[in-house]
Write a protein that binds this ligand. Structure first.
Ligand code: ZN
Length: 316
């Protein structure tokens, strides 16, 4: 119960918010979170701040908490070979660069190669607003971004890995919905194909009724393939033209592990980032009274050592 007391101790201490906490940005990044998710987010952020010996909860703490709630804990102990890390960096660089270069995509929020949950890396986009409607251009760009990871692997190493499996599935699914649900295929016209029936009794499983002929089914498959392949070609052309910057993003990812939106934009614009120095674990800040220093000392073993993500990204 020792650990639990420690957590509750933090919980009831009411750590104040730091001035750098940007609530609108947090809100955009947590669309779809339930009340319980949000409560968990705040709690995790406070815990992380305490673990880093902070007197206030910073935006950095909320970022850490959001990633944890969204994707599970960091898996820094996961053994990843250098070659695998390199592939992940290139793959994520492909996604990240396209979010900057494609005009209708949601802007990039950050890109990381720290493994979390099932993912070896991740590119996060931040919707500008809460979307209820998606334009064809937006969906095309989204498909192109999803395919960008695999394409980046192809054009830099000449081979591909299984890492893009989920991306391809999501790209194909978007293409299929454009054709079957949203009437966005000129060849198929403004019709919907396949009536969806939500079967609540079957645990909300969605059963799809095929209400079209075999002939139509073949045409649908052709159209889905056309949409995905067109975006594949578009994405490939962009990444080949931007190969130097693609590699630059991957290299910076290997060094820094995380890049924020501004950093990716700067690399895409051909600008260099500041020299990066790996920060050491900070000693207790000056001006901490004895009491607080003792509390921190007691708390640290409960919470474990300060995780390396605490390193701040170089200020612009
Ligand atoms: Zn991917």
């Amino acid at each position: 119960m020792k650990g639990r007391e420690g957590i509750l101790g933090v919980h009831t201490r009411k750590i104040p918010l730091c001035d750098d906490v940007n609530v609108p940005v947090l809100a955009r990044g947590t669309a779809g979170f339930s009340g319980a998710d949000l409560a968990s987010l705040v709690n995790e952020a406070a815990l992380y701040a305490a673990r880093c010996n902070q007197k206030t909860v910073r935006m950095l703490d909320f970022e850490f908490a959001k990633d944890k709630v969204l994707m599970g804990s960091e898996r820094r102990s996961m053994i990843i070979s250098d070659a695998e890390k390199r592939i992940t960096a290139v793959h994520e660089a492909g996604h990240a660069l396209l979010t900057v270069l494609l005009p209708h995509a949601d802007p990039i929020h950050k890109v990381t190669i720290i493994p979390r949950g099932m993912a070896l890396g991740l590119t996060q986009q931040l919707p500008v607003d809460e979307k209820h409607n998606y334009s064809r251009e937006y969906l095309d760009d989204q498909i192109a971004i999803l395919l960008g990871g695999r394409i980046a692997e192809e054009i830099t190493s000449g081979s591909v890995t299984t890492g893009a499996g989920n991306d391809l599935e999501r790209a194909t699914e978007l293409g299929r919905r454009m054709v079957c649900e949203w009437g966005m295929s000129d060849a198929m016209g403004p019709l919907t194909f396949g009536k969806k029936e939500e079967q609540i009794f079957l645990g909300r499983e969605i059963a799809q009724h095929q209400d079209y002929s075999e002939d139509t089914a073949i045409k649908i498959d052709q159209e889905v393939k056309r949409i995905v392949m067109q975006n594949y070609e578009r994405s490939r052309e962009i990444l080949i033209a931007e190969k130097v910057n693609l590699q630059k993003v991957a290299e910076e990812l290997l060094v820094r592990e995380v890049l924020d939106a501004e950093q990716v934009r700067r690399i895409a614009a051909g600008q260099a980032l500041e020299q990066y120095t790996r920060p050491t674990v900070q000693p207790a800040a000056a001006g901490v009274d004895e009491d607080e220093a003792r509390r921190r000392k007691e708390r640290l073993p409960i919470m474990g050592p300060v995780p390396p993500l605490q390193k701040p990204l170089p200020a612009d």
